[in-house]
Design a protein around this ligand. Sequence first.
Ligand SMILES: Cc1cc2nc3c(=O)[nH]c(=O)nc-3n(C[C@H](O)[C@H](O)[C@H](O)COP(=O)(O)O)c2cc1C
Length: 318
Amino acid sequence: MKLLGISFGRKGRSCDIITKQVLLAAKEAGAQVKFINTIQMDIGHCKSCAACIAGRDRGGQITCALKDDYHILEEAVLDADAIIVTAPVYALGPVGQLKNFIDRFGPAHDIAGATHEQEKRKAAGAALLDERMFTRKYVGYISVGGAITHNWVSMGLPGFKMFAASSCWIPVGQMDVWDMGRRANPAFDAELMAQAGAFGRHIAGCEGKSPAAVEWFGDEGICPVCHNRFISIDAGAMADDVECPLCGIHGSLEIVDGKIRVAFSEKEQNRARGRWEGQLEHYNEINSMIETAIPKLMAHKEDMKELMAPYEGFEDTY
Ligand SMILES: Cc1cc2nc3c(=O)[nH]c(=O)nc-3n(C[C@H](O)[C@H](O)[C@H](O)COP(=O)(O)O)c2cc1C
């Protein structure tokens, strides 16, 4: 197994040390490991130019048109069999650089769209899309925060979910690490380092396993699919209609012996974002939007210029 560890933290600091501990243990368990720290990398944000999808649909490869260090990370990710992503919490969620990478990598590599395109190319005998994106990689997440209380890292791990969801890769576990301020250095905390080592051995042990055979490492959370603790409830909603907003699936909330339980049916779990059915649902959703939007644009062909005049004449004010 080729295991890549990516740290979005400062060089030589908490995220790096914890990630390296995972990699050291995985290496001992037989994995071939690689480590990348991204802090000095220039990974700009997606500008929504859609060149990645246009390239895919025109017979080319899925690649971002922006020229920066994103491509180094994309290549390393595609080349790995397993990836461990570690990011510090900034302002309650993962550092923006991780979100920048996710925005540029995730939607572009949507498995439903890519599979549809690959099947067309196979039927036509055309040049294929990079096969590496279709190999189901094992993915683990580590969120690292400085604050004493968990409520300061509440949107850390949930922010990692979309790293692998569009590709339908296999999440294998997570660590929610906070209180780094008082720890001073993760290496001072033997329990934390042992947990990171166990995570490394767990990932190495996933090699060759089907998604169903992979056991989850870490906090089980509330949602059985993403193992996060997020649940959204509409005001006045019935107890049998709560949602995991990360997976986009509905469940029933129960109170048993004073304890909250949320049950998600097998059917709902299968339509989670990050699973094949969920990705297909979203692919069809996007295509249906196009079908609705095009006739509207056609209907406004004549009055479009007049309709847009107040907005186009309104210049940026710096
Ligand atoms: C701009 C900024 C915002 C931060 N916001 C939070 C926060 O909301 N919650 C938290 O627990 N820690 C927060 N931290 C602390 C970092 O998560 C913590 O120092 C972490 O260990 C950094 O990882 P590193 O040591 O690998 O660089 C913040 C740090 C910075 C620089």
